[in-house]
Each structure stands twice: as C-alpha cells, then as structure tokens.
Design a protein around this ligand. Sequence first.
Ligand code: NAP
Length: 187
Amino acid sequence: MTFKRPRIEGFAIVSREGMIAGSDSSFPEVLKIPADQEFYQASLNRASAVANGRHSAEGGPKEAARRRIVLTRRVQRVTVDPRNPKAVLWNPATAPFDEAWQRLGADDGILAVVGGTDVFGLFLTLGYDAFFLTRAQASVPRGRPVFPGVGAGSTAEEVLERHGMVLRKTRMLDPATGTVLEEWGRE
Ligand SMILES: NC(=O)c1ccc[n+]([C@@H]2O[C@H](COP(=O)([O-])OP(=O)(O)OC[C@H]3O[C@@H](n4cnc5c(N)ncnc54)[C@H](OP(=O)(O)O)[C@@H]3O)[C@@H](O)[C@H]2O)c1
C-alpha cells in the first residue's frame, strides 16, 4: 500500500518571551487575542487532522468533530481513544508517526500540530512544512515555552533556524495589540 505523509503545520501564540502558557500551565488571558483565534480556527478547518498533547486540544465548537492524534505516554500501541472514536492515542517512544497517521485513516492533506511544548519539540525533529508563530506583545516571563529550551538560552527563532526553517512572511494580525503572525517554512 502506498503511504503518503501529510503536510505538517504548527500553530502557536507566544508571549514576548516565547511562552505559550504560564507557570501554572494555564493558558494566559493576555494571549487570548480574537484575531489570532480566528486565524487559528480557520486554519484548523483547512486541516485533515490535529495533533496535540493531552492538555492542548484547541477548544471551540468544532473540536469534537476533528480527527486527532493525542500524544500520551499512557499507551504503548497506537489505540483508538476509548472516549473519542475520531482520535487515536499515540506514544512516539513506542510507535512511529506513520503508524499513528495510518491508524487515524485521514487522507493526506494537512496535519495541524497545536502543542504543547514537547509536542511542538517532537514535530521539529519529524519536520514541519510550515510553522505559524503568532507573536503577542504581552509579557509572560516564565512558564511553558513554545519549544524546549526557549527562555533557557534559546529564542523561538533560533530553535526554528536550527531545524532548517526560515522566516517566509510576516503580517500584522491585530494592530490594536501589535500582534504579528510569522510564517516559517523549510529552507
Ligand atoms: N499559546 C499556545 O499557542 C498554546 C499551544 C498549546 C498549548 N497551550 C497551553 O499550554 C498548556 C499546556 O502545555 P503542556 O506543554 O503541558 O501541554 P501538552 O503537551 O498538551 O500536555 C502534556 C501531556 O501531553 C502528553 N505528551 C506531551 N508530549 C509527549 C510526548 N513527546 N510523548 C508522549 N506524550 C506526550 C503527555 O500526556 P500523558 O500525561 O498522558 O502521558 C503530557 O503529560 C495549556 O495551558 C495550553 O492551553 C498554549
């Protein structure tokens, strides 16, 4: 059987310091920017499936309808989520990505990776075709970084560049808050 990998796209909104969540791991109010939410949900509507860690599903009315790969260390084998027939549970330490993708039964198309930190980091090594990084002006100095190592010696752009990505486009998403969307692509 021929197997086609999806196009892999990442989506994150970060504070000035590159954080996606605060020290208590909650999603900070200051990162709830309507223009970004709109861009994010519209992007997920274009995707064939979403990949997320256990605490990072995107929310919103369409969440339950989307096919999904949930990363968890609680399973060995790729398993259909007993609570959600549209989702598979995947432990990347014990099964390759292709197995999770095939088990999901999605067509090729886009897999939208929506975090958190370790999930964003894992897909850096699998390879993003694009990463959409929304930069808010708000400060969240400590907490969960967008990638492992951010805020502890590296910036988000350094990590992306180290993984062969280049900044392709920048656009103002919300002038009122100075929120900018960066699109990163493969070199
Ligand atoms: N600003 C943003 O763009 C953005 C994006 C995403 C999330 N967030 C926020 O960030 C916070 C959560 O962050 P988080 O980093 O703790 O979330 P997370 O990745 O969703 O959750 C961590 C859990 O996911 C599973 N997991 C993660 N990486 C794995 C791996 N490599 N292999 C196997 N399982 C893995 C593990 O589940 P088990 O415990 O089941 O093993 C782990 O306990 C939330 O507040 C969320 O709203 C913000």
